[in-house]
Ligand binder design. Structure first.
Ligand code: LLP
Length: 434
C-alpha cells in the first residue's frame, strides 16, 4: 500500500498536492513518500519477526540511494545491501551504520575491498573463488579479518525479465550450487577470513512466491551442513519481492488488497508465511535484501505535457521527462501507470507518451488509453521510486531531475535540480585546443 491518491480531483502524496510541488520545483521531478517507505519496511520486517525469526532487512540501495531515503530506512534499523565502495560511503554520509552493510557484486576492486574492511562491514557477499583469494590477501595486508558469505547460484529460474533474472547458470552471478562445499573447504584454509554465512538472490520483480520457495528449499539443507562445519551467523535470501506496476493507483486502497486483484500479489505476509517455516529450523539470522519492494511504489516521477502531435496512426503526448530520467520502459519494456495530477473524466485517447530525446526508445507508454490532456498539464509516472532516479543520466546534456521527500504535510528538496554547468564541470578541452 502506498500514499499516492486523489483527494478530490488532486493527486496527493500523503497530505501534499503534487501539482503544487510541480509548480514550485518544476518538472521532471521525483517525489517520494516517507510514510510509504516506513510502512513497507515495517510490514516486511514485521512479517518475518512475527514468525520469531531473527532477521535483518538490508535495503538494496541500488534501487534508490538518495541520502534522505537511506536515512529514513537507517532510522528504522535497516541494514544495507551495497555494491560499491561508493554505496558504502553513501550509507556513512547519510548517517547509517557501515557495520550493517553487506557488500555484493561480481567485480569488487582491491580499493573497494580495503575500504569496506576499514569500515568494518557486516559481510562480503562473494561471487567467485578468485574474489575470495583477493579478499583474503587484502585482509591479511591490512591485518583485518574479513567476514564473508559465498553467493550460491541455486539454478532456479525466477521467471522474470531476462535482464533481471540472476539465479540460473546462464547468469554471471554467484557460484554453482554443486561447487559450494568445496569452495568453502578451500576458503577455510585461507588466512584472515571468517566464513560467516551463505547468500543467494534469484532475481528481481518476482510476483509469485514459488521460485523463492523452491530456492530456499534447495539451499537450506546446504546452509545447515555448512553451518555445522563453520559456525555461521546468517543466511541471506536476497531481494526480489515484486511490486504492483499495472494497477499502482488502485493499490493505494486497502480494499484492493483484500478483495480486488491485490489478492494475487506477493505480499510480505505470503512471503514470510511461506519461507519462515523453511528458515526457522536453521537457527540463524536471516538477511533480506529488498530494494524495489521498499522504494518502488514509494516514488513517482512528475512530468509536464509540452506538445501534442498526431500522425496518421498515432496520438503522441510529448512530455518533458525522458529516458535519461526513467530508463525502465526503454530498457526493460516496463510498464509504469500514468495518471494526470488533476483528475480528468471523459473519453480516453489511445496515446504514446514520449520524451524529447532523439531516440525512438525514448517513450513511457505506447497505445495507452489516457484521458485527454493538453499542453501544460502535469502527469505522474507511478511506481518510479525504484531504479528510477538512480539510473538517471545526463544523456542529451539534460540535467538530473531533483528529488523531493514528503512527510505528512511537509515536503523537502532532497536533491536539487542539477545546474547545467555541473554537467560538464569535470570536463576540459585538451591543452592543444587553446
Ligand atoms: N540483492 C542482489 C544481489 C541484487 O542483485 C538485487 C538487485 C537486489 C538484492 C535487489 O533486488 P530487488 O529487491 O530490488 O528486486 N534495474 C532493474 C532491477 C535490477 C536489479 C538488480 N539487482 C529494474 O529496474 O527493474
Amino acid at each position: 500500500m502506498h500514499s499516492f491518491r486523489y483527494v478530490g480531483s488532486r493527486l496527493q502524496c500523503e497530505d501534499v498536492a503534487l501539482a503544487d510541488l510541480a509548480a514550485k520545483h518544476g518538472t521532471p521531478l521525483y517525489v517520494y513518500s516517507q510514510a510509504t517507505l516506513t510502512d513497507h519496511f515495517k510490514k516486511l520486517s514485521g512479517a518475518l519477526a512475527g514468525h520469531g525469526l531473527d532477521q535483518l532487512v538490508c535495503f538494496a540501495m541500488k534501487s534508490n540511494s538518495n541520502l534522505a531515503v537511506i536515512r529514513t530506512l537507517a532510522d528504522l534499523g535497516s541494514g544495507f545491501d551495497t555494491v560499491s565502495g561508493g554505496e558504502i560511503a553513501r550509507v556513512i554520509a547519510a548517517g547509517g551504520d557501515a557495520r550493517k552493510c553487506v557488500f555484493a557484486g561480481v567485480g569488487k576492486t582491491e580499493e573497494d575491498i580495503a575500504f569496506a574492511l576499514k569500515q568494518g562491514i557486516y559481510s562480503f557477499n562473494v561471487e567467485s573463488e578468485a574474489e575470495i583469494v583477493r579478499i583474503s590477501r587484502v585482509a591479511t595486508k591490512l591485518k583485518k579479518i574479513a567476514p564473508i558469505a559465498v553467493r550460491v547460484n541455486p539454478n532456479v529460474d525466477a521467471g522474470t525479465h531476462s535482464k533481471i533474472t540472476t539465479g540460473t547458470y546462464e547468469n554471471k552471478f554467484g557460484i554453482q550450487f554443486e561447487q559450494i562445499e568445496a569452495v568453502y573447504a578451500r576458503a577455510a584454509k585461507l588466512p584472515n577470513l571468517r566464513l560467516r554465512g551463505l547468500q543467494m538472490h534469484i532475481g528481481s520483480q518476482l510476483t509469485d512466491v514459488t521460485p523463492f520457495r523452491l530456492a530456499v528449499t534447495k539451499v537450506a539443507p546446504l546452509v545447515a551442513r555448512l553451518n555445522k562445519k563453520y559456525g555461521f551467523d546468517f543466511f541471506s535470501i536476497g531481494g526480489g519481492i515484486g511490486i504492483v506496476y499495472r494497477e499502482a493507483l488502485a493499490s493505494a486502497d486497502p480494499q484492493w488488497w483484500k478483495t480486488g486483484p491485490g489478492r494475487k500479489v506477493l505480499t510480505p505476509q505470503i512471503y514470510a508465511d511461506t519461507l519462515a517455516p523453511l528458515l526457522k529450523p536453521l537457527g540463524l539470522k536471516i538477511l533480506l535484501e529488498p530494494g524495489r519492494f521498499l522504494t518502488g511504489n514509494a516514488g513517482v516521477l512528475l512530468t509536464r505535457v509540452e506538445y501534442l502531435k498526431k500522425t496518421g496512426k498515432k496520438h503522441f503526448v510529448i512530455v518533458d521527462a525522458a529516458m535519461n530520467d526513467l530508463i525502465r520502459p526503454a530498457f526493460y519494456d516496463s510498464y509504469h501507470e500514468i495518471v494526470p495530477l488533476k483528475k480528468k473524466g471523459g473519453v480516453q485517447v489511445s496515446s504514446d507518451v514520449v520524451g524529447p530525446i532523439c531516440e525512438s526508445g525514448d517513450y513511457f507508454a505506447k497505445d495507452r488509453p489516457l484521458p485527454k490532456v493538453g499542453e501544460g498539464d502535469y502527469l505522474a509516472l507511478l511506481s518510479a521510486g525504484a531504479y528510477g532516479s538512480v539510473m538517471g543520466s545526463n544523456y542529451n546534456s539534460r540535467s538530473l531531475a531533483p528529488e523531493i521527500l514528503v512527510n505528512g504535510k511537509k515536503a523537502a528538496v532532497i536533491r536539487r535540480r542539477q545546474d547545467l554547468n555541473d554537467i560538464w564541470a569535470d570536463e576540459v578541452t585538451a591543452p592543444w585546443q587553446k
